[in-house]
Design a binder for this molecule. Structure first.
Ligand SMILES: C[S@@+](CC[C@H](N)C(=O)[O-])C[C@H]1O[C@@H](n2cnc3c(N)ncnc32)[C@H](O)[C@@H]1O
Length: 202
């Protein structure tokens, strides 16, 4: 799956497509895309380290774009697991729908609607929420509403796993999760702050 020579090709995503061109095109049309390069495989693996893929899981992904992260998660998930990918950009949502996998549901809406979207799938709980949306672009009320909804959806052992270019989300997450940890991934353009937030301490 990774280049065997250990080289870093940040412009190529897991599917082998030229993800950067798609990102640049959508970035120019839609400010919420917030990035001109897909997340690096180093960041993806750093986030995935926190996920117990041995269990059947329900995962919600915010801001999948063309699925650079989603495809890796699908490779690791059990056959009975499910993932809901919520993406505001319709071009990205269309691209992601081309990845046919019955475990994947793509919803072209905002993370602000996460509770209704989960409820439409008859989910009252999720195991993980993975988020790449640019929280710093959201106003305070929207940011808090999303984090509150995520905290309600996650069970006691559920985790919010986020990746952002800044560590600004830490203080906001602490309002809803007693345990919040951050780590930096420098093998990413730009370097990425990875968040892990949960309800259980220790
Ligand atoms: C920085 S990109 C991350 C894309 C991809 N997950 C990756 O790792 O490269 C952020 C993505 O979030 C989407 N997005 C922004 N605001 C959103 C929201 N409120 N709800 C859902 N998706 C959103 C953007 O359209 C974009 O695809």
């Amino acid at each position: 799956m990774f280049p065997s020579d250990g080289s870093q090709d940040f412009s190529r995503n897991y599917s082998g497509s030229m993800g950067t061109l798609t990102y640049i095109r959508n970035f120019l049309k839609d400010r919420q895309v917030a990035s001109i390069t897909p997340t690096s495989r180093f960041t993806i693996e750093r986030v995935c380290r926190h996920i117990d893929f041995s269990r059947d899981l329900r995962i919600i992904e915010f801001g999948p774009a063309d699925g650079v992260f989603t495809k890796v998660i699908l490779e690791k998930l059990t056959p009975a697991s499910q993932i809901i990918a919520i993406e505001t950009n319709s071009d990205f949502a269309r691209l992601l729908r081309q990845h046919r996998d019955e475990r994947l549901t793509v919803v072209n809406r905002s993370a602000e609607d996460v509770r209704e979207i989960a409820s439409n799938k008859n989910w009252d709980r999720a195991d993980y929420v993975i988020s790449g949306i640019p929280f710093s672009f959201l106003n305070k009320d929207v940011k808090h509403r999303i984090l509150q909804d995520v905290s309600k959806l996650l069970g006691d052992d559920g985790l919010f796993l986020g990746y952002q270019t800044s560590s600004h989300l830490r203080s906001h997450l602490r309002k809803y999760f007693p345990e919040v940890e951050t780590e930096m991934e420098y093998m990413n353009i730009p370097p990425m702050c990875v968040y892990r937030a949960g309800k259980q301490t220790g």
